[in-house]
Design a protein around this ligand. Structure first.
Ligand SMILES: [Zn+2]
Ligand SMILES: [Zn+2]
Length: 283
């Protein structure tokens, strides 16, 4: 069962991520913007740029906020003042009515600090395009709310459907499995063929600064490897790659990385800058 197998990988990632030192947490903390409220159901802080935040419109009252769909559902099911809810669209960052939204679960990245890691789209063709780039499964409003209602707020493992693609090997350093669609993976070209690394930190063990032309990273936009020297890196955005020990996204085009940051926040770094950063991070 590939879903089950991948979930184990995801758990390993969570374990690896939680093992990152306090120092690394400082470098990779997702930038969710300013705090605007707390969740009406669970009390979790709600930030302006949290991908999963839900704005609840209530008759004769100020709007309320929920951290995610399962928390929003609790209010909807127990309030006669509920009018509508707005969810954050992936490509524009705009809040759109959930009634007309298309939802995607899974794929090769997910919203940061989400208890229900769903991505929202305003049009079917945009959701289809996203899935063609990043994988995942498409849901309509009724079916996503049914899933949110059934799963509640505590266990999103059953609704997490990452699509990592084929396993292509293991990391030469830490021996974690490496998957084709894993955003953090690197290819290191050696005399003996291509060596896989799960992420930049592991790859750096083979990097002495002089052999960068032998290293390829994965383009966030296409999923294809390209030379690290020409790459632009984004850290601290409001989305996280689904696997790999350091949440770093690589882009081939600077303009696309800048567009991504406008919506998803984070910081743009050159390959030289990310390598310097990796030297400071321990795990
Ligand atoms: Zn909540
Ligand atoms: Zn590794």
């Amino acid at each position: 069962m590939p879903y089950k197998k991948w979930y184990i990988v995801f758990l390993m990632f969570v374990m690896a991520a939680s093992a990152i030192s306090g120092e690394a947490d400082k470098f990779f903390k997702p930038d969710l913007g300013k705090k605007i409220s707390t969740c009406i159901n669970c009390g979790e802080d709600i930030y302006e740029n949290m991908m999963t935040k839900v704005d609840l419109i209530l008759k004769g009252k100020d709007p309320e906020y929920a951290c995610s769909l399962p928390c929003a559902i609790k209010l909807i099911d127990n309030s006669d003042r509920y009018v509508d809810m707005y969810v954050k669209e992936y490509y524009s960052g705009r809040m759109i009515s959930a009634a007309n939204a298309i939802f995607v679960l899974g794929g090769n990245h997910h919203p940061a600090n989400a208890i229900f890691p769903v991505m929202v789209f305003d049009r079917q063709d945009r959701a289809v395009y996203f899935v063609s780039q990043h994988g995942g499964s498409i849901f309509g409003t009724e079916s996503i709310l049914k899933l949110a209602r059934e799963n509640g707020v505590n266990d999103y493992s059953r609704v997490f459907y990452p699509d990592p693609g084929e396993k292509i090997g293991v990391c030469y350093h830490c021996e974690q499995p490496v998957y084709e669609k894993q955003l953090t993976r690197l290819e290191i070209i050696t005399d003996k063929g291509i060596v896989n690394a799960c992420g930049l930190k592991c790859a750096m063990i083979k990097m002495d600064g002089s052999n960068l032309s032998n290293i390829k990273v994965i383009n966030f936009t296409t999923g294809f490897p390209f030379g690290i020297e020409k790459a632009w890196f984004v850290i601290n955005s409001n989305v996280l790659p689904n696997a790999g020990e350091m949440p770093v996204l690589a882009f081939k085009e600077k303009m696309i990385a800048e567009e991504f940051i406008k919506i998803h926040r984070g910081m743009l770094l050159t390959s030289a800058e990310i390598i310097e950063l990796m030297k400071k991070v321990t795990y």
